[in-house]
Write a protein that binds this ligand. Structure first.
Ligand code: FAD
Length: 440
């Protein structure tokens, strides 16, 4: 009998109530902790040799670099049931964050549930309540799957005409500023990674330019002597006023990006992910960095820009972000919505299947790991209610049939792929809190 048939046959002889978690980053660890809390059996798969997700710089999928630090401050990022140690700096480094996540796994004793060094190639839905996971371990069957593979590992690559004779890398391949020693450097894209990497290059390179398509809003890391994201947290003011106040505070503390060479933003603050960086504007003011327009074409070591200027470079670093990607599952099973994002209720629950979940398909300023943890808590309560055949689970199943709901609250985010899974923090928190209450 062929191997696969044998396995299916054997599986038919016992009921498998175990769930699979893919990924042991902040979301996969939260998923494990919450399933454990509710007594739901599970096993995890992690491609790297250690838990910690992209914060493990040795993880092949990692998009962090040696100089990376949190861009949200520690109290806004940490899990509420596992605060970072008192002596942790306001914006810990990737090493400290990795250490913290390993300690989280040890504290809740969840590392033992993960198959480390185990890459999941494919997952298949055999029938309701039966999934096949194809991994380095072969094929194993589970009752359901929690996808926690992160959203920052498949590079989004631009395609400019012409040939560049120097070296082009994506920020995912960038680890250390050593590559910039005495080089002519062009950074493409002024997102959070682009700005960090530009600052790294300034201290090593012959010269550094930053090519941008649009203007950005900058939020300083500190304002009034405190991490900027901790200021005014509990004060409720209308969103319009909040945006106006924060734009003004940012100009006071970070500087005016337009005066320093950036194009004028075509959007309001927070309509796209703000740039949380105090150093890029500082270096622009010192002439250590120049702003360039979008690239028109490459020619030898010359880069031609749309404003008609050109300059020669040795290295171009594409800091052009990432694509949402679940490469191990047939996209049709994920109910992609206009090809932008899976059409999942609260961005967690498949509208029809009751055995497939995504934890971590959410972005918002200030959501931190705690609300990814709350996503996992919600899934664990749903599974528990289902196990108990509770009418609360049936009511929730009806509700989630609507698929994606608008969680952008008062915000009007830009219609760009990067913002497709962006939510308004308070609106999202309220929706998750209510959903958890409905199941307990
Ligand atoms: C430079 C930088 C700074 C950042 N700063 C912040 C910040 O300040 N605040 C914040 O909230 N977020 C920040 N982030 C975002 C970051 O994505 C989150 O902090 C967090 O790591 C997301 O957790 P996750 O578990 O969803 O994904 P990840 O951390 O990406 O973990 C996913 C895990 O899944 C594993 N995996 C993937 N595919 C497979 C497979 N097929 N088989 C087995 N295992 C697999 C991976 O190996 C990985 O360990 C930052 C990101 C970067 C790059």
């Amino acid at each position: 009998m062929p191997l696969v048939l044998t396995q299916i046959h054997l599986m038919g002889q016992f009921k498998n109530n175990t769930y699979a978690i893919i990924g042991a980053g902040p979301c996969g660890l939260s998923a494990a902790k919450n399933l454990q809390d509710q007594g739901i059996p599970f096993e995890g798969y992690e491609a790297a040799e250690e838990v910690g997700g992209l914060w493990n710089i040795k993880n092949p999928i990692s998009s962090v670099y040696e100089s990376a630090h949190l861009i949200s401050s520690k109290t806004m990022t940490e899990y509420k049931d596992f605060p970072m140690p008192q002596n942790t700096p306001d914006y810990p480094s990737q090493r400290e964050v990795f250490g913290y996540l390993k300690n989280y796994a040890d504290h809740f004793d969840i590392k033992k549930f993960f198959h480390l060094n185990t890459f999941v190639q494919k997952i298949e839905r055999i029938e309701e309540g039966k999934w096949a996971i194809h991994s380095d371990l072969g094929v194993k069957y589970y009752k359901g799957v929690l996808i926690c593979n992160g959203s920052l590992s498949t590079p989004n690559l631009p395609d400019f005409p012409g040939e560049f004779s120097g070296k082009i890398i994506h920020s995912k391949e960038y680890f250390s500023a050593d590559i910039f020693n005495n080089k002519r450097v062009l950074i493409v894209g002024a997102g959070n990674s682009g700005c960090d990497i530009a600052v790294d290059a300034i201290h090593r390179a012959k010269y550094v330019d930053l090519s941008v398509r649009r203007g950005y809003h900058f939020v300083p890391k500190y304002a009034f002597g405190k991490p900027a994201d901790t200021i005014g947290g509990k004060i409720r003011i209308p969103t319009k006023l909040k945006i106006a106040v924060e734009t003004q505070i940012s100009k006071w503390f970070a500087g005016d990006p337009v005066k320093l060479g950036f194009p004028k933003p075509d959007h309001k603050m927070f309509q796209t992910h703000p740039i949380i960086n105090s150093l890029v504007l500082y270096h622009l003011g010192h002439g250590d960095l120049n702003i360039k327009s979008n690239i028109k074409k490459f020619e030898g070591d010359d880069v031609h820009f749309v404003d008609g200027s050109s300059r020669a470079y040795d290295i171009v670093v594409y800091c052009t972000g990432y694509k949402l990607d679940y490469p191990f599952i047939d996209n049709r099973l994920l109910a992609w919505n206009d090809s932008k994002i899976p059409d999942f209720y609260l961005q967690i629950f498949h509208p029809r299947f009751n055995d497939l979940f995504i934890v971590g398909m959410v972005e918002s300023t200030g959501l931190g790991w705690e609300y990814r943890n709350q996503q996992a808590k919600l899934v664990s309560h749903f599974l528990k209610a289902q196990l108990q055949n509770s009418s609360k689970a049936s009511a929730f199943i009806e509700k989630k049939k609507q698929g994606m709901v608008d969680l952008t609250g008062p915000m009007k985010y830009l219609d760009v792929p990067r913002m497709a899974f962006y939510v308004h923090k308070q609106t999202y928190q309220k929706a998750i809190d209510q959903a958890i209450s409905s199941l307990i």
